[in-house]
Design a protein around this ligand. Structure first.
Ligand SMILES: [Zn+2]
Length: 232
């Protein structure tokens, strides 16, 4: 398929031309600089912003914020989104940008923590590489009624990059919960309430049990089975 000419100012607006330019001159996966963009679109006001507008049509263009391997003035054209140069596409696929209220509500309900790795805003990653920046990710969730919907979740930039195409099988998880024993469900409910996973008494006992000498293990095993074992 031949793409329209990105230079065609009479047929297309700046955002569409920027998309065509990415496709024709940069190519998916490749890096370009702000200088290259401005040179190609000399005289076009706010071309940076028009380029960013493509993101709300499903285009993935990473900056240093999403991809720390990039230099300050570099961006990577990762993936094409809607073919905005086809009439109707630009409107049809537009994904609404999040409002400040949506962002705040999501962060509040997520306790201002990355739901994937648990890091808080401004905290340093364990490897000491950088401090965490929180953002809102869209996550596909398969609901128990069989439908899939997009929900919002707080994630740090690192985890967001890793989790882009993730889809959560809530329906399957609900089925698994139904199959849990009463005790398992009670333990899980405790973690959910505390929003953290504590090492419960079972795990602590198991850890100690494993490390015991053989004779001592036998005594404990017998106790678990409801028997009392006399010390020899
Ligand atoms: Zn994270």
């Amino acid at each position: 398929m031949t793409l329209p000419d990105w230079r065609d100012e009479s047929s297309f607006g700046s955002m569409i031309r920027a998309g065509l330019w990415l496709e024709t001159e940069v190519g998916e996966g490749n890096v370009f600089t702000k200088a290259q963009l401005r040179e190609a679109f000399a005289g076009v006001a706010q071309i940076d912003r028009r380029l960013r507008d493509l993101r709300s049509h499903g285009w993935q263009i990473d900056t240093r914020r999403e991809d720390p391997t990039l230099e300050q003035d570099e961006q990577r054209y990762v993936k094409r989104g809607a073919e905005v140069w086809i009439p109707g596409q630009a409107k049809a696929k537009a994904q609404s940008t999040l409002t400040a209220a949506q962002r705040t509500k999501t962060m509040q309900q997520d306790n201002y923590l990355c739901r994937s790795c648990g890091i808080g805003s401004g905290e340093t990653y364990e490897d000491g590489s950088s401090t965490a920046q929180l953002d809102i990710a869209r996550r596909k969730v398969r609901l128990p009624n069989g439908k899939t919907e997009t929900q919002l979740v707080t994630e740090c930039i690192k985890c967001r990059i890793g989790g882009r195409s993730r889809e959560e099988d809530l329906a399957g998880m609900v089925e698994q919960v139904k199959a849990l024993s009463a005790i398992e469900r009670q333990v899980l409910a405790g973690w959910i309430k505390a929003d953290r996973r504590d090492r419960g008494v079972l795990e602590r006992l198991w850890g100690h049990y494993r490390a015991l000498p053989g004779e001592a293990r036998a005594v404990l095993a017998a106790a678990v089975n409801g028997e009392t074992k006399q010390e020899g």
